[in-house]
Design a protein around this ligand. Structure first.
Ligand code: T1G
Length: 685
């Protein structure tokens, strides 16, 4: 039986003049997995023994240097003889020859740590370097916490590693993270360093890198850093360990600092926050894989249109413009057009002020948004996104008109957040070209996009929606067509549970404080309700045969009193323009009394002394039960999809991994559902 040998993951070639080139070749990102490291260490040892070699150059194939260690490996702890990134870097440290990193593409995590173990680092201008391990709940475990402070100073190193950003080569050069940035063949440029003197960072002392504060420098900088990051139990676990590792780089000899890094890394890699963040990393990359979706080419979107220049419609138009897709905004009311123009130019001016866009690019993008009043102008657009009032008759009228004026292959999308895509599609002769594109407000800021597949949405239309989501730089999740799709369906259950706790006598402020400060949500449930608008909840419960949020009609009562939330100055909480610009939630005794009275009338037994943990359990179980129902009915494809919706759309703390991951982590099995990874064909409830 012929065994096909696995292609080598590291290619070794001699460039002459004593230079050996080692090329990392492990598509798609040259991840430094155990297997690759197992090939690399012997090649390093061979080069070290080879008297004809005086310099080793490292580079990467596949347009990439290396995306770092293979994140999959962290679930299988290495055995004594497994070769890891650390083994590679220790082998490099022992080599008494010149080591040069020739970077073309991304050099991240262990990839950049490999470069740090070299004597010289050269990169092409398009390359990016960085140590993003913090985003996985880890710290650089290949010597990065010890070498980077020795290269750029501890203060700068902390900024780089605590943010975990990918740094463009010119900026990295300015920081001292690279020695040269070129726009030519980086391996040829690296050859020029052949035979140059060794200069290992492990032999240097780490400077603090801030204005000399004398004796108090290190304790002061370390204490400052600890204060700047969230508490360990609330998303800051890895950050505090990272700071400890950098403190060791300042205070201890290299070998002892390295040993401390190894110990702290092992703690983190086995931690729940890191398991959660690694789950999020892979779940996000699964989103675009729809089981059973036939492979088709997406339709090219060269021109778009948005119907309705309200806040959402304008935000959506901005998203298209930022992706370089010209867009026509259809709006009949002059004052709406004026407001929309202001929002557009204000947004692009902000980008220029923040240095994210040049004046010229901002001008080009802003002017790629045109305004029209007549649908007749839409004859050549490739996609239309409808963003008009949330009313089925209004939407069906718009879709009928679009069906008549746009070219037959144009895709017609609705931004509806709750209405039935199939019914909307029935207003057209092209239901195969209709889908939902549910943006989250503000559309040009929020990353989440729900792509809602109707019964007759064709594979090509869905594939185009997914490709468009990527182009618009959104985190796009495919949903089946049912009330509330994924996010809002679960939000309804979550808010209902919060209301039930309030009915039992737990104060709104305490519920919000527990879910925000203790559990880590960006906002508490009642602040969220006030932000979205209680009239929206009231409208939804009316459209669900009047089912109130919770067991008492508190929302209906508040809406009756005109308490619509932040936008009306009062909702579950009060808001005062003089306090926090009218966005700070102020408890209102009137509301607490109204809830108590309604609960008494409904005969609900008071239970005000429920513990914080019980509040967290009840609210997170409501999410998991609802998510499991969406998985069981095929509205959501995978538990990871549900997790991503809630992290990106509703501020669920990423270090808890999302509602489904968190339920599995605490051992809660949702009613009638599952948290296991079961991918299903999308169905249509
Ligand atoms: N390990 C395993 N798989 C990875 C990977 C990694 N590090 N990076 C990417 N992939 C997979 C990804 O799952 C996807 O798989 C495919 O590659 C394309 O990825 C010891 C401990 C490099 C900027 O955090 O930021 O080093 O879906 O869609 O948009 O100190 O991937 O095709 O099956 O993201 O072009 C630190 C993580 C690791 C970088 C490319 N490194 N990766 O972006 O492609 S820990 C990171 C990225 C570490 C050491 C420590 C991005 C990218 P599939 P993609 P992309």
């Amino acid at each position: 039986m012929t065994t096909t040998a696995t292609p080598a993951r590291v290619k070794s070639t001699d460039l002459g003049d004593g230079v050996r080139l080692l090329t990392l070749d492990n598509p798609p990102v040259n991840a430094l997995g155990y297997a690759l490291c197992g090939e690399l260490v012997p090649l390093l040892e061979a080069a070290a023994q080879d008297a004809s070699v005086n310099t080793i150059v490292f580079t990467g194939a596949n347009g990439m240097f290396s995306g770092g260690a293979d994140v999959n490996d962290f679930n299988t702890p290495p055995t004594a003889d497994t070769k890891t990134v650390r083994s590679v870097i220790e082998a490099m440290e022992r080599i008494d020859k010149t080591l040069v990193a020739a970077i073309d593409g991304n050099a991240l995590g262990g990839g950049y740590e490999l470069a740090l173990a070299c004597d010289y680092r050269i990169a092409t201008a398009k390359s990016r370097v960085g140590l993003p391990e913090i985003k996985l709940g880890l710290l650089p475990g290949g010597g990065g916490t010890q070498r980077l402070p020795r290269l750029v100073g501890a203060y700068e190193a902390l900024q780089v590693m605590l943010k975990g950003d990918l740094i463009k080569a010119p900026d990295a050069l300015a920081k001292g993270m690279l020695d040269e940035v070129i726009d030519a063949d980086v391996v040829a440029a690296a050859k020029k360093y052949a035979g140059k003197p060794k200069r290992r960072l492990s032999e240097r002392k780490a400077e603090l890198g801030v204005a000399n504060l004398g004796l108090f420098a290190t304790p002061f900088v370390v204490a400052q850093a600890h204060m700047m990051v969230p508490p360990e139990e609330n998303g800051g676990y890895a950050a505090h360990k990272l700071i400890d590792a950098v403190q060791a780089a300042i205070e201890l000899p290299f070998e002892r600092g390295w040993a401390r890094e190894v110990r702290l890394f092992m703690e983190l890699v086995q931690s729940k926050p890191s398991a959660a963040l690694r789950h999020v990393f892979f779940a996000e990359r699964e989103l675009s894989k729809v089981p059973g979706l036939p492979k088709t080419e997406p339709v090219e979107i060269k021109k778009a249109a948005v119907i309705g220049a309200g806040t959402m419609g304008t935000g959506i138009a901005i998203v298209f413009a930022e992706a370089g897709i010209p867009v026509t905004l259809i709006e009949t009311k002059d004052e709406a057009v004026e407001k929309s123009r202001e929002m557009i130019f204000g947004m692009f001016k902000y980008q220029v002020d923040k240095g994210r866009l040049t004046q010229e690019d901002a001008w080009k993008r802003a002017n790629s948004i045109s305004f029209e009043t007549d649908f007749a102008e839409l004859g050549d657009v490739d996609i239309v996104v409808e963003a008009v009032f949330e009313s089925m008759p209004v939407k069906k009228e718009v879709f009928a008109k679009l069906d008549a004026v746009t070219k037959p292959e144009a895709i017609l999308a609705s931004n509806t957040s709750t209405l039935d895509i199939d019914e909307i599609a029935s207003a057209t002769k092209r239901p195969d070209k209709v889908l939902g594109l549910h943006f989250f407000a503000p559309a040009n800021i929020m990353k989440l996009l729900e792509i809602v597949r109707g019964k007759e949405t064709s594979p090509q239309t869905l594939t185009t929606g997914i490709a468009l989501g990527k182009k618009l730089r959104k985190v796009a999740v495919v949903s089946g067509n049912a009330f509330g799709f994924i996010g809002n369906r679960m939000l309804f259950e979550y808010e209902a549970q919060a209301v039930q706790l309030a009915e039992e006598g737990v104060s709104l402020a305490r519920i919000d404080r527990v879910m925000k400060q203790k559990f880590g949500f960006a906002m508490g449930p009642f602040a969220v309700a006030d932000l979205s608008g209680l009239d929206v909840y009231h409208f939804i419960s009316q459209s669900q045969h009047g089912q109130p949020l919770g067991r008492i009609p508190i929302v209906a009562k508040l809406v009756e009193q005109g308490r619509l939330g932040q936008k009306s100055g009062a909702g579950f909480f009060k808001y005062d323009k003089a306090v926090g610009k009218g966005r700070e939630a102020i408890p209102d005794p009137e509301v607490e009394q109204l809830i108590a009275q309604l609960a008494k009338e409904a005969g609900i037994a008071p239970n005000p002394n429920v513990s914080d943990d019980e509040i967290i359990a009840r609210c997170t179980r409501a999410l998991a039960d609802s998510g499991a129902e969406l998985l069981r009915t095929g509205i959501a494809l995978r538990p990871g999809d549900v997790d991503i919706v809630w992290i990106y759309g509703y501020g669920f703390p990423p270090h808890h991994g999302g509602p489904m991951h968190y339920a599995a982590e605490v051992g809660y099995t949702p009613h009638g559902g599952t948290t296991k990874t079961e991918t299903k064909e999308l169905t249509h409830a």
